[in-house]
Ligand binder design. Structure first.
Ligand code: SAM
Length: 247
Protein backbone atom coordinates (compact mmCIF):
# COMPACT_ATOMS: atom_id res chain seq x y z
CA UNK A 1 0.00 0.00 0.00
CA UNK A 2 1.20 3.56 -0.79
CA UNK A 3 2.53 5.55 2.16
CA UNK A 4 0.39 8.66 1.63
CA UNK A 5 2.14 10.68 4.34
CA UNK A 6 5.47 10.61 2.50
CA UNK A 7 4.33 10.66 -1.15
CA UNK A 8 1.31 12.98 -1.27
CA UNK A 9 1.76 16.71 -0.49
CA UNK A 10 -0.31 17.91 2.53
CA UNK A 11 -2.89 19.88 0.52
CA UNK A 12 -3.50 16.86 -1.73
CA UNK A 13 -3.80 14.55 1.27
CA UNK A 14 -6.61 16.81 2.46
CA UNK A 15 -8.10 16.83 -1.04
CA UNK A 16 -8.14 13.03 -1.09
CA UNK A 17 -10.31 13.09 2.04
CA UNK A 18 -12.91 15.16 0.17
CA UNK A 19 -13.16 12.89 -2.90
CA UNK A 20 -16.30 10.92 -3.69
CA UNK A 21 -14.23 8.06 -5.05
CA UNK A 22 -10.59 8.35 -3.89
CA UNK A 23 -8.10 6.33 -5.95
CA UNK A 24 -6.26 3.55 -4.11
CA UNK A 25 -2.98 4.60 -5.81
CA UNK A 26 -3.20 8.41 -6.19
CA UNK A 27 -1.15 9.73 -9.13
CA UNK A 28 0.63 12.84 -7.83
CA UNK A 29 3.75 12.31 -9.92
CA UNK A 30 3.40 15.74 -11.59
CA UNK A 31 2.66 17.65 -8.40
CA UNK A 32 -1.11 17.64 -8.92
CA UNK A 33 -3.58 14.85 -8.27
CA UNK A 34 -4.39 13.40 -11.69
CA UNK A 35 -7.93 12.00 -11.70
CA UNK A 36 -8.19 11.80 -15.49
CA UNK A 37 -5.06 9.89 -16.49
CA UNK A 38 -3.37 9.71 -19.86
CA UNK A 39 -6.63 9.01 -21.70
CA UNK A 40 -8.61 12.22 -21.09
CA UNK A 41 -11.23 10.89 -23.52
CA UNK A 42 -12.20 8.25 -20.97
CA UNK A 43 -13.72 10.65 -18.43
CA UNK A 44 -17.29 10.02 -19.66
CA UNK A 45 -18.28 13.66 -20.26
CA UNK A 46 -18.45 15.68 -23.51
CA UNK A 47 -15.09 17.09 -24.65
CA UNK A 48 -14.16 20.43 -26.17
CA UNK A 49 -12.13 19.61 -29.28
CA UNK A 50 -12.00 23.22 -30.53
CA UNK A 51 -8.83 25.20 -31.26
CA UNK A 52 -8.97 27.54 -28.25
CA UNK A 53 -9.08 24.76 -25.65
CA UNK A 54 -6.46 22.86 -27.71
CA UNK A 55 -4.19 25.90 -27.34
CA UNK A 56 -4.69 25.88 -23.54
CA UNK A 57 -3.42 22.30 -23.45
CA UNK A 58 -0.03 23.20 -24.97
CA UNK A 59 2.97 24.48 -23.02
CA UNK A 60 3.28 27.58 -25.20
CA UNK A 61 -0.45 28.34 -25.13
CA UNK A 62 -0.49 28.02 -21.34
CA UNK A 63 2.57 30.24 -21.01
CA UNK A 64 1.12 32.96 -23.28
CA UNK A 65 -2.18 32.85 -21.39
CA UNK A 66 -0.38 33.00 -18.05
CA UNK A 67 1.59 36.16 -18.92
CA UNK A 68 -1.52 37.85 -20.36
CA UNK A 69 -3.74 37.05 -17.39
CA UNK A 70 -1.08 38.33 -14.99
CA UNK A 71 -0.94 41.67 -16.84
CA UNK A 72 -4.74 41.95 -17.06
CA UNK A 73 -5.15 41.15 -13.36
CA UNK A 74 -2.84 44.01 -12.45
CA UNK A 75 -5.21 46.33 -14.34
CA UNK A 76 -8.55 44.82 -13.30
CA UNK A 77 -7.72 43.26 -9.93
CA UNK A 78 -11.16 43.23 -8.30
CA UNK A 79 -12.99 42.24 -11.50
CA UNK A 80 -10.82 39.25 -12.29
CA UNK A 81 -10.21 38.13 -8.70
CA UNK A 82 -13.51 38.03 -6.81
CA UNK A 83 -12.15 36.37 -3.65
CA UNK A 84 -13.41 39.06 -1.28
CA UNK A 85 -17.05 38.81 -2.41
CA UNK A 86 -17.16 35.15 -1.40
CA UNK A 87 -17.01 35.67 2.39
CA UNK A 88 -15.16 32.39 2.90
CA UNK A 89 -15.15 31.33 6.58
CA UNK A 90 -11.77 31.12 8.32
CA UNK A 91 -10.39 27.64 7.85
CA UNK A 92 -12.87 26.98 5.04
CA UNK A 93 -12.46 25.16 1.74
CA UNK A 94 -12.54 27.01 -1.58
CA UNK A 95 -12.58 25.60 -5.09
CA UNK A 96 -11.32 27.23 -8.30
CA UNK A 97 -12.95 25.45 -11.25
CA UNK A 98 -10.89 25.74 -14.46
CA UNK A 99 -8.02 27.24 -12.46
CA UNK A 100 -5.60 27.60 -15.41
CA UNK A 101 -2.22 28.80 -14.09
CA UNK A 102 -3.61 29.02 -10.55
CA UNK A 103 -3.48 32.76 -9.83
CA UNK A 104 -6.99 32.83 -8.35
CA UNK A 105 -6.44 29.54 -6.50
CA UNK A 106 -3.43 31.16 -4.81
CA UNK A 107 -5.56 34.17 -3.79
CA UNK A 108 -8.13 31.76 -2.36
CA UNK A 109 -5.30 30.05 -0.47
CA UNK A 110 -4.35 33.37 1.13
CA UNK A 111 -8.02 34.00 2.01
CA UNK A 112 -8.41 30.64 3.80
CA UNK A 113 -5.01 30.67 5.56
CA UNK A 114 -3.72 29.39 7.88
CA UNK A 115 -6.00 26.37 8.37
CA UNK A 116 -8.16 26.30 5.25
CA UNK A 117 -7.74 24.66 1.87
CA UNK A 118 -7.88 26.05 -1.67
CA UNK A 119 -8.12 23.57 -4.54
CA UNK A 120 -7.72 24.35 -8.24
CA UNK A 121 -9.20 21.97 -10.81
CA UNK A 122 -8.37 22.03 -14.51
CA UNK A 123 -8.39 19.63 -17.45
CA UNK A 124 -5.14 20.93 -19.02
CA UNK A 125 -1.91 19.29 -17.90
CA UNK A 126 0.25 22.19 -19.05
CA UNK A 127 -1.88 24.75 -17.16
CA UNK A 128 -1.68 22.57 -14.06
CA UNK A 129 2.10 22.24 -14.42
CA UNK A 130 2.38 26.05 -14.30
CA UNK A 131 -0.06 26.26 -11.39
CA UNK A 132 1.88 23.69 -9.35
CA UNK A 133 5.25 25.36 -10.04
CA UNK A 134 4.03 28.82 -9.07
CA UNK A 135 1.45 28.27 -6.35
CA UNK A 136 1.17 24.86 -4.69
CA UNK A 137 1.75 24.83 -0.95
CA UNK A 138 0.33 23.65 2.38
CA UNK A 139 -3.00 25.44 1.75
CA UNK A 140 -3.08 25.16 -2.04
CA UNK A 141 -3.37 22.02 -4.17
CA UNK A 142 -4.28 21.21 -7.75
CA UNK A 143 -6.33 18.40 -9.28
CA UNK A 144 -6.81 17.29 -12.87
CA UNK A 145 -10.49 16.67 -13.46
CA UNK A 146 -13.38 17.87 -15.61
CA UNK A 147 -15.65 20.72 -14.50
CA UNK A 148 -18.66 18.69 -15.69
CA UNK A 149 -17.82 15.88 -13.28
CA UNK A 150 -16.22 17.32 -10.16
CA UNK A 151 -14.52 14.61 -8.09
CA UNK A 152 -15.51 15.99 -4.66
CA UNK A 153 -18.26 14.66 -2.40
CA UNK A 154 -21.42 16.72 -2.04
CA UNK A 155 -21.48 19.73 0.32
CA UNK A 156 -17.72 19.77 0.95
CA UNK A 157 -16.72 23.31 -0.08
CA UNK A 158 -17.58 26.79 1.19
CA UNK A 159 -16.98 28.80 -1.99
CA UNK A 160 -16.50 28.22 -5.71
CA UNK A 161 -14.86 30.48 -8.29
CA UNK A 162 -15.01 29.87 -12.03
CA UNK A 163 -13.44 32.62 -14.11
CA UNK A 164 -13.43 32.58 -17.94
CA UNK A 165 -14.02 28.83 -18.16
CA UNK A 166 -17.65 28.00 -18.95
CA UNK A 167 -17.32 29.32 -22.51
CA UNK A 168 -15.01 26.33 -23.13
CA UNK A 169 -17.11 23.69 -21.38
CA UNK A 170 -19.39 21.68 -23.69
CA UNK A 171 -22.19 21.49 -21.10
CA UNK A 172 -22.04 24.62 -18.87
CA UNK A 173 -25.29 23.64 -17.12
CA UNK A 174 -23.70 20.34 -16.01
CA UNK A 175 -20.72 22.27 -14.62
CA UNK A 176 -23.03 24.62 -12.67
CA UNK A 177 -24.97 21.58 -11.36
CA UNK A 178 -21.67 20.18 -10.11
CA UNK A 179 -20.78 23.46 -8.38
CA UNK A 180 -24.19 23.39 -6.66
CA UNK A 181 -23.62 19.79 -5.59
CA UNK A 182 -20.20 20.34 -3.98
CA UNK A 183 -21.13 23.64 -2.26
CA UNK A 184 -22.45 23.63 1.28
CA UNK A 185 -25.85 25.36 1.70
CA UNK A 186 -25.19 29.09 1.97
CA UNK A 187 -21.84 28.74 0.15
CA UNK A 188 -21.12 31.34 -2.51
CA UNK A 189 -20.14 31.12 -6.15
CA UNK A 190 -18.52 33.71 -8.42
CA UNK A 191 -18.54 33.02 -12.16
CA UNK A 192 -17.29 35.12 -15.05
CA UNK A 193 -18.11 34.45 -18.72
CA UNK A 194 -17.87 36.26 -22.06
CA UNK A 195 -21.22 37.66 -23.12
CA UNK A 196 -22.69 39.17 -26.23
CA UNK A 197 -25.84 40.36 -24.52
CA UNK A 198 -28.88 39.92 -26.74
CA UNK A 199 -26.63 39.35 -29.80
CA UNK A 200 -25.65 36.04 -28.23
CA UNK A 201 -28.72 34.39 -29.75
CA UNK A 202 -27.45 35.18 -33.25
CA UNK A 203 -23.87 34.21 -32.33
CA UNK A 204 -25.08 30.85 -31.02
CA UNK A 205 -26.67 30.07 -34.40
CA UNK A 206 -23.32 30.46 -36.19
CA UNK A 207 -20.91 27.54 -36.56
CA UNK A 208 -18.36 28.20 -33.84
CA UNK A 209 -15.71 25.87 -32.52
CA UNK A 210 -13.78 28.48 -30.52
CA UNK A 211 -15.83 29.47 -27.50
CA UNK A 212 -19.41 30.02 -26.50
CA UNK A 213 -20.79 33.45 -25.62
CA UNK A 214 -23.59 33.77 -23.11
CA UNK A 215 -26.81 35.74 -23.41
CA UNK A 216 -27.65 38.52 -20.96
CA UNK A 217 -29.72 36.36 -18.58
CA UNK A 218 -28.50 32.92 -19.56
CA UNK A 219 -26.01 32.25 -16.79
CA UNK A 220 -28.22 33.74 -14.07
CA UNK A 221 -31.11 31.54 -15.25
CA UNK A 222 -28.92 28.41 -15.18
CA UNK A 223 -27.78 29.23 -11.63
CA UNK A 224 -31.38 29.64 -10.47
CA UNK A 225 -32.37 26.35 -12.15
CA UNK A 226 -29.72 24.64 -10.02
CA UNK A 227 -30.94 26.05 -6.71
CA UNK A 228 -28.81 29.19 -6.39
CA UNK A 229 -30.39 32.27 -4.83
CA UNK A 230 -29.40 35.95 -4.47
CA UNK A 231 -28.16 35.87 -8.06
CA UNK A 232 -26.39 39.16 -8.90
CA UNK A 233 -25.21 39.96 -12.42
CA UNK A 234 -22.81 42.68 -13.56
CA UNK A 235 -21.70 43.25 -17.13
CA UNK A 236 -18.53 45.01 -18.20
CA UNK A 237 -18.02 45.29 -21.95
CA UNK A 238 -18.10 41.77 -23.33
CA UNK A 239 -17.78 40.09 -19.93
CA UNK A 240 -20.35 39.25 -17.33
CA UNK A 241 -19.71 38.41 -13.70
CA UNK A 242 -22.37 36.58 -11.70
CA UNK A 243 -22.41 36.01 -7.95
CA UNK A 244 -24.89 33.77 -6.19
CA UNK A 245 -25.51 31.79 -3.04
CA UNK A 246 -26.33 28.10 -2.70
CA UNK A 247 -29.88 27.93 -1.33
C1 SAM B 1 -9.23 31.17 -20.06
S1 SAM B 1 -8.57 29.97 -18.96
C2 SAM B 1 -9.04 30.67 -17.39
C3 SAM B 1 -8.13 30.21 -16.30
C4 SAM B 1 -8.38 30.82 -14.91
N1 SAM B 1 -9.73 30.57 -14.44
C5 SAM B 1 -8.09 32.28 -14.87
O1 SAM B 1 -8.99 33.07 -14.51
O2 SAM B 1 -6.96 32.67 -15.20
C6 SAM B 1 -9.72 28.62 -19.12
C7 SAM B 1 -9.29 27.37 -18.38
O3 SAM B 1 -10.40 26.45 -18.33
C8 SAM B 1 -9.89 25.14 -18.47
N2 SAM B 1 -10.98 24.24 -18.89
C9 SAM B 1 -11.63 24.23 -20.07
N3 SAM B 1 -12.55 23.27 -20.09
C10 SAM B 1 -12.49 22.64 -18.89
C11 SAM B 1 -13.20 21.55 -18.31
N4 SAM B 1 -14.17 20.91 -18.98
N5 SAM B 1 -12.86 21.17 -17.06
C12 SAM B 1 -11.88 21.81 -16.37
N6 SAM B 1 -11.17 22.85 -16.89
C13 SAM B 1 -11.47 23.26 -18.12
C14 SAM B 1 -8.81 25.32 -19.52
O4 SAM B 1 -7.93 24.21 -19.57
C15 SAM B 1 -8.15 26.60 -19.07
O5 SAM B 1 -7.11 26.39 -18.16
Amino acid sequence: MTDLTTTVPPALQRALELLADPPSQPDVSKGYLDLVGADAAGAGVPKNTGPLQAMFTTRIGSMVYDYNQAALRRLFAAWLNPTESLTIPAGGTALDVGCGPGTVTAALGRAVSPDGLALGIDISESMLARAVRAHSGPQVGFLRADAQQLPLRGATVDAVVCIAVLQLVPDPSAAIAEMARVLRPGGRVAVMVPTAGFAARVWQLLPNRWARVFGEDELGDILEQHGFVSVRTRSFGTFQSVRAKRG
